[in-house]
Write a protein that binds this ligand. Sequence first.
Ligand SMILES: [Zn+2]
Length: 295
Amino acid sequence: MFCIIYKRHMRIIDVHIHVGHRFEWTERAKEVWMDIGPYVPEIFDKEERQLPQQYGDAIKREGVFGGILIPEYSPLTAGVMPFERAKEIHDVHPELIPIANLNPNYHDNLMDAFEEQLKNGARGLKLHPIHGFFYANDQKLYPLYEKCEKEGLPVMFHAGTSLFKGAKMRYSDPYTFDDVINDFPDMKTILCHGGRGFWYQIAEFMVKSFKNVYIDVSGLPPKNLLQYFPSMKKFSHKFLFGTDFPGAPGIKKNYDTIKELIQDNGAMERIGFRNAYDLFGFWKEDVIPEDRVNP
Ligand SMILES: [Zn+2]
């Protein structure tokens, strides 16, 4: 019995994993983000194509139970890493689940593109306003939010600054997220990076005030999290572990730093596993053999 409980405490879900061939990313994205991680030599071939098997293996080796794979369509800042990249990895690692990505400046018909990605296995929607140059409260996006709210699909927003060249901060205005949260109170909304830069307090306020708002702590130095979010432990049911892979020093390393910081196994189980498991419906993938779950 003890053994089972212990194992559960060790399970990790990383809700923030980027995908794409290396050459699909902009030079700046490689330089300031991707290359800070140790993973590049192993997950791309000589032509800089992602290797789906190795990509997932590198993630699973860190003790990851499951994860969310994020494509992106932001040609002017990050690059175009199409949905197929997430699907390629998912096909060999079913516990790594793709999320849809859309950009109103890229996709002519947002709903058609969304339906197509959902049909191919996407669970939820990730939007990247600061890289794609649109506002979260753009009315063009409202039918998508309606659908997500109705069908219980989580919506992730990049909420915070970006170091990628050309990123425009006004598109990350936290009050645009606040509009959406107020207009779709039953939609599961995740503020990725929790307002990174100088909007931490606003992001934390939203998590505390709105039932369905969460923060994913990816792309932040784990040791500083309690400074950014003093209520993180008390609101451990509203925070999600994520890394921004492959641009992270290490999944397990980040996880262990947060665990050390939080000093509470129950809170850590919620942040590192349970909240994401419930939000994204990982029980549908719960047929994973025990030996592939974190030892
Ligand atoms: Zn990211």
